[in-house]
Design a protein around this ligand. Structure first.
Ligand code: FAD
Length: 482
């Protein structure tokens, strides 16, 4: 048993007083991520080194207090929300790019570095880091590793898993270890691969070696405009079916276009039923030939018009309209709930129809943004949480959408992870033996139940009362036992 005051004192011993956040008004910032679940931690620590991270983990273990790692808090499955209160370990002070090794085309970065900063730093050498989540201005490399993040350009180049060579990790029991290293394909079991996508349940990444790629010599960005989502979806299947590997193939529906145009003014046609952003890159001649082919396929499948960005500024504007589209949904309603499911591309159209039917039945408005080439859909339910019962209705509709993805032969997440949000749905896809096998991996990294609890694998009791817990915590004084 320990009081909050004693816990804070012990953490301050590990990282210094200035790096511990414990006042209730400050903790408010750490009770949520980019989804809608909330739970307040007892304290947040901001270590600056792997050793300080390890010391914090040891302090928490000695008191039997849960630990939740946190990057930028842009996660969309509640992964950084401290479901059973406890201590949040934030990587916000670990923000340095330690090395760019041009000869070996890699960078060594601390976990709190924002994704985009890696490509910005590598650009002077003609290199870039490929996985580009739409949140890349804010989300961290540590969070990307934990979620195996994807992005618009992962269609051709692969997700985080394909671009991380090695990770220094503080395991759930406070050991500092390296998984993988500076060269690919190390022998033996791939523990690096296991850690990537483990959603902060096995340990905290404290240093990451990422692969860098040469910036392509030529890029062409096309905007294909359609009257309907059906025609745009048919085109996606036709492009992929023709054997083309586009650098990106992104779709947005009318609601998302209108919301983004209202705030961003990127020049998207507001009367379109859907648009496809198609990017081709490589050597100039091949890009020209491929963009001609893609344009022909669009017209054969009913596009109204294909525009081509004629300058870097125009291209940046088109991408701004895509990458900042989700943030623009604030134009439609004060809150949004973004879902993340994957279906086989050939079942995209029928799944979209089911999503439409679900939202209509619930009286909810849904805007759609997708990494269409991957069959990864993001229905965004827009709503106002101040309306009584709205959040419950939204969560219910969200569950029905996930069920629709599973029924179509898909999966629960393309990139945002299972986190807290979808752990109870795991049994739709995995039987008890599968879930048990997953759970058995946790003790290998020292997780005996207190490291990012209530995430990924259904745990049942104690995981559903997050909001109440937060309220009770606020009411209890610093000398109450926790
Ligand atoms: C507008 C918007 C657009 C988005 N677009 C995309 C997209 O295109 N593709 C995509 O994949 N995602 C996208 N996301 C989701 C999110 O940005 C990613 O999941 C991202 O990887 C989370 O990084 P973060 O630093 O914010 O992590 P957080 O939200 O802080 O944490 C996410 C998870 O990672 C764990 N974690 C954080 N840091 C570490 C660490 N150092 N070691 C171990 N575990 C850690 C946490 O415990 C948690 O489980 C989007 C989010 C938003 C809000």
């Amino acid at each position: 048993m320990v009081t909050r005051r004693e816990l804070v004192r012990a953490l301050a011993g590990a990282v210094g007083e200035a790096a511990v956040i414990y006042r209730p008004e400050d903790l408010l910032l750490y009770e949520y991520d980019a989804t809608i679940e909330k739970s307040q931690p007892y304290a947040v620590v901001l270590p600056a080194t792997a050793q300080e991270v390890a010391d914090c983990v040891h302090v928490c273990r000695s008191f039997g207090i849960p630990v939740t790692p946190r990057g930028a808090g842009t996660g969309l499955s509640g992964g950084a929300v401290p479901a059973r209160a406890g201590v949040v370990i934030s990587t916000a002070r670990m923000r340095q790019i330690l090395e760019i090794d041009v000869e070996n085309r890699l960078a060594v970065v601390q976990p709190g570095v924002a994704n985009l900063h890696v490509s910005e730093a590598a650009a002077v050498h003609g290199l870039f880091y490929a996985p580009d989540p739409s949140s890349q201005k804010a989300c961290t490399i540590g969070g990307n590793v934990a979620e195996n993040a994807g992005g618009p350009h992962c269609l051709a180049l692969g997700v985080t898993q394909n671009h991380v060579l090695g990770i220094e990790v503080v395991t759930a029991d406070g050991d500092v270890r390296w998984l993988g290293g500076r060269v690919p394909d190390a022998h033996g079991y791939d523990l690096r691969g296991l850690f990537i996508g483990s959603e902060g349940t096995l340990g905290i990444a404290t240093s990451v070696i990422v692969r860098l790629l040469p910036v392509p010599p030529s890029v062409r960005t096309l905007l294909a405009i359609f009257d309907s989502i059906e025609a745009a979806s048919r085109t996606v299947s036709a492009v992929i079916g023709a054997g083309m590997i586009t650098a990106a193939l992104e779709m947005r529906d009318n609601d998302t276009i209108r919301a983004a145009e209202a705030g961003l003014h990127c020049g998207y046609p507001e009367d379109a039923g859907a648009v496809l952003l198609i990017e081709l890159d490589g050597v100039a001649d091949a890009v020209e030939a491929q963009s001609g082919r893609a344009t022909d396929i669009c017209y054969a499948n009913g596009t109204r018009e294909v525009r081509s960005a004629s300058s870097a500024a125009e291209r940046a504007l088109l991408w701004r309209g895509r990458k900042e589209a989700i943030g623009s949904l604030g134009q439609l309603a004060p809150n949004y709930y973004i879902l993340d499911g994957v279906v086989p591309r050939s079942r995209l159209v029928e799944t979209m129809r089911r999503v439409e039917a679900i939202s209509a039945a619930a009286g909810l408005q849904v805007a759609n943004v997708f990494h269409a080439g991957d069959g990864n859909l993001h229905p965004c339910i827009v709503f106002d949480e101040r309306e009584p019962g709205a959040t419950a209705r939204v969560l219910e509709a969200g569950a029905a959408v996930m069920q629709a993805c599973v029924d179509a032969g898909g999966a629960l997440s393309g990139e945002h992870g299972v986190g807290f949000e979808k752990q109870q749905f795991m049994a739709w896809l995995y039987n008890e033996a599968d879930l048990e096998n997953m759970a058995r991996l946790r003790p290998v990294f020292g997780n005996d139940g207190l490291f990012n609890p209530c995430k990924v694998i259904p745990e049942g009791t104690g995981c559903g009362e997050m909001a109440h817990q937060a309220a009770a915590l606020r009411a209890a004084g610093p000398d109450a036992y926790i």
